[in-house]
Design a protein around this ligand. Sequence first.
Ligand code: FBP
Length: 552
Amino acid sequence: MNISALQKARYAYNPKLPKILSGKIEDISVELGSPTESISNRSELRVIFKNTYGKPYVTFVKGKNGKLKRKLIVGVILSGGQAPGGHNVIAGLFDGLKKGHPESVLYGFRGGPSGLINNKTLILTSEIIDEYRNTGGFDIIGSGRTKIETPEQFASSLETVKKLNMDAVVVIGGDDSNTNAALLAEYFLANGSKTQVIGCPKTIDGDLKNDHIEASFGFDTACKTYSELIGNICRDTNSAKKYWHFIKLMGRAASHIALECAFQTQPNICLISEEVEAQGTSLEKIVEQICESIAKRAANGDNFGVVLIPEGLVEFVPEMKKMIEELNDAIAAEEKPFSEVTNLIDQMYWLSSRIPESSYIILQSLPPEIARQFLMDRDPHGNVQVSRIDTEKLVVGMVEKRLAEMKVGGHYSGVFSYQTHFFGYEGRCAIPSNFDADYCYSLGYSAFVLIASGLTGYISSVKNLTAGAENWIAGGVPLTMMMDIEHRHGARKPVIKKALVNLNGKPFKTFAAKRGIWAQQTCFLFPGAIQYYGPSEVCDQPTITLKLENEK
Ligand code: FBP
């Protein structure tokens, strides 16, 4: 196989492990904390998770553990969107298993959770694993967004693990996939199966975090990749001084990615969806705020700049959120008839009697191409696919219109030329940064220790992430501890809540204190490409968000 020099060098990279995991395998013991409780709705969750609710928090400590040298059969699933480092979770799990017992077997379920339902597997050998160490992507076994939810899907999953005589399944995924992991763990136990289930916190969106899970993997690399590109654009616009760049950044709901990229590049404007929602800011008002910055900079002779827009913004703008919810309900109620209406004019006519007038007027006011995007297929959870909505184009169109009005009124005298960009897929499969390579390998290795110790219904946890890998604290968090109940599709469902940007948290407050200056002056930073080799202060730094969150 032809490989690049960097890829070759990355194959040889030895991920750093927390001290407790880098010694002899039989010296890793499990320390149990006191029993835990879910976030709220405790009595309801106690009934749903009869066998797995309220387990103690687990920390790995030095001590003899006879259980770790057992032969085990384990399966692993990559679930949801790609995130840099997934291959290293699998490599860490594989190495742990083989250290425990050379005859242990690791199956990869192909194509995500559907691989478990349909028993589609690949036995992962050291030859296969070695080809994927420290690489980006999920291509080793593929991923998928199937949700295990029907009784038949649970029964088929059980049949698969029985057939394979599987001791454990590791689910590498985000909030929904880890909710699924918790339900599977419960289902297996309730049905007398020995198969344990362990989750692993993945998503570039960075919204699977809490007091015990400091970060989801992939966020670090994705943000650094986008920041390199944004920094390059900042430098380009600072050189040519002729464009405003409107950049949409991935992150289905939370604005963590936009916020981290703002820290790394200091753009003129960075919108934060959570703030927009909290303040009930309309799209018109957002446009007004952007135009204000453009006009002020133009008055200084700076007809250029950079605006960051989080992908999920439209779902946080009150009137758009209402419109999306009403569209979702109308489409979900008559999915088939709606799918048969193919062109926009007919779709609009179909919707005119099915959604309230206020939302219909908004939909009608959108540029046709963007209105069409709001009507495209929903994801498996019934949500509009925000990655397919050109929010950056919608905003820039409104900005252009408003600036023209301001010009007539004598409130703006600049020249406005723009470019739009969307950075999303560019970052999800990047070669993992050292941080993600180390973190993911540690998460995989920890998952092995949890399995070998006989635990189920846990998510692999590695904390103290700003202290250097050697000082990281590894263990497991009971999945039910992260649970709450939400109303979804007319029913009360257990969920792991998404962690949105906390407007009272240190990262947002730090940003809010600086953005006024960025909006008027040119304060760009140029972070450059991720560095894999060189001094630790260049190569091993975690995100600024994580540093701020971990500052006491
Ligand atoms: P996960 O939550 O599954 O990690 O996926 C996140 C994400 O990358 C979002 O940022 C984005 O909106 C979405 O996936 C895109 O999904 P798809 O890959 O299906 O286009």
